[in-house]
Design a protein around this ligand. Structure first.
Ligand SMILES: Nc1ncnc2c1ncn2[C@@H]1O[C@H](COP(=O)(O)OP(=O)(O)OP(=O)(O)O)[C@@H](O)[C@H]1O
Ligand SMILES: [Mg+2]
Length: 243
């Protein structure tokens, strides 16, 4: 699903150049649920943006579902993003002047999906995130967890094969966070979605099947979270995080 080879992201400001992602080699298979943890400023969000084609790497290779992302033009990249990738952010990023249905339809509109098809898809999505009856509400009339469910429905609208989530439960209390994590898990199991989720929360990370520890722009460890070893691996990651 995702293959990177010596992936770099370097930011230049004036004379200075700052390496934020340093030679990342990563393979994520189709249908995997991967968590990324690591200190603030280590480059997790930057990596996620690269993986989703929101940003372009400075060096190295990046293949998503067989497509070499760095070779795409800006326009091709935008098209690829809409079709293949669903983004979920910590702060939901809904459009405040649009209703739940309109927010969900946003990418479908951008992609020219005909209104009748949109309507059908919206009602499927509303159902899958349990927001029946809220179709005409505005984001400000919803709880945080409900807003995040709208954002998830929007991310799923074009049936992407890859979901990239940047601290999707970061603004939610434990109960609402738990609902969102169960929803992501269900999508992962039922629809075989590949999920890459950045999180600071060990509780959230445990929903994944694999955990990467990221520091100073590099992958420092990469472990499977199998049932028997989950607690042990998490302890190790948390020790690194607190070191
Ligand atoms: N456009 C940019 N120009 C210059 N530096 C940037 C830019 N975007 C990010 N950075 C720098 O890259 C580093 C990594 O940022 P990033 O947002 O990826 O960290 P993070 O691991 O997601 O942190 P957090 O856990 O706090 O969200 C930071 O030091 C940041 O200042
Ligand atoms: Mg971040």
């Amino acid at each position: 699903m995702i293959i990177t080879k010596n992936l770099d992201k370097i930011y230049k400001s004036g004379e200075q150049s700052l390496a934020i992602i340093k030679g990342v080699n990563l393979q994520i298979n189709k249908g995997e649920f991967v968590a990324i943890m690591g200190p603030s400023g280590s480059g997790k969000s930057t990596l996620l943006h690269l993986l989703g084609g929101l940003d372009s790497p400075s060096n190295g290779e990046l293949h998503i579902d067989g497509t070499a992302i760095p070779a795409l033009s800006e326009k091709e990249r935008a098209y690829f993003r809409r079709r293949k990738v669903g983004f979920i952010f910590q702060n939901y990023q809904l459009l405040p002047t649009m209703t739940v249905s309109e927010n969900i339809a946003f990418t479908m509109n951008a992609d020219g999906v005909p209104p009748r098809k949109q309507k059908h898809r919206i009602s499927e999505l509303i159902q899958s995130v349990s927001l029946e009856g809220k179709e005409h509400f505005f984001p400000s009339q919803l709880s945080g967890g409900q807003q995040q469910r709208v954002a998830i429905a929007r991310a799923l609208a074009m049936k992407p094969s890859l979901i990239l989530a940047d601290e999707p439960t970061g603004n939610l209390d434990r109960k609402m966070g738990k609902d969102i994590l169960h929803l992501l898990s269900r999508l992962h199991h039922d629809a075989g979605l590949t999920i890459v989720m950045v999180t600071h929360d060990p509780y959230a990370a445990k929903f994944a099947e694999r955990i990467l520890f990221f520091k100073d722009g590099e992958i420092q460890s990469d472990h499977k979270l199998t049932e028997g070893e989950k607690d042990h691996v998490m302890e190790d990651v948390l020790a690194k995080l607190n070191a």
